[in-house]
Design a protein around this ligand. Structure first.
Ligand SMILES: [Zn+2]
Ligand SMILES: [Zn+2]
Length: 117
């Protein structure tokens, strides 16, 4: 395949925006996406920004739903433990309470690790 602008030069890449074949001199790398130098460069740059933002947002949404799930999980163990201690005074309550506490510590460290990034 030859370059769209230079019929004598071999193409090394395809533009992400218009799909034209590009030689070394015409292609420009925009965060690992190839684009026509000067012509499609800004369009591919804008596209890359939108894609990256989308990726970041979905990552945060996943993190939030996970953090919520962990919190509900630990809270329900804690709640069940407290209730069974109060109601029946049995030792199983302490085990539930312990699982709840461990889950809360794990959740807290998960949230802290994520927010440090
Ligand atoms: Zn192009
Ligand atoms: Zn060229």
């Amino acid at each position: 395949m030859k370059c769209y602008n230079h019929p004598e030069a071999d193409a090394v890449a395809l533009c992400r925006n218009c799909g034209k074949a590009l030689c070394m001199n015409c292609a420009v790398d925009v965060s690992n996406r190839m684009a026509c130098k000067d012509k499609c460069e800004s369009k591919v740059k804008a596209l890359t920004e939108i894609l990256d933002r989308g990726k970041k947002t979905s990552k945060n949404a996943l993190y939030l739903s996970k953090a919520n799930m962990y919190t509900i999980f630990s809270a329900s163990f804690l709640g069940a433990g407290i209730i069974s201690i109060i109601v029946s005074g049995q030792n199983e309550g302490f085990i539930l309470l312990l699982i709840g506490l461990i889950s809360i510590i794990a959740t807290a460290s998960y949230i802290r690790k994520h927010s440090l990034k």
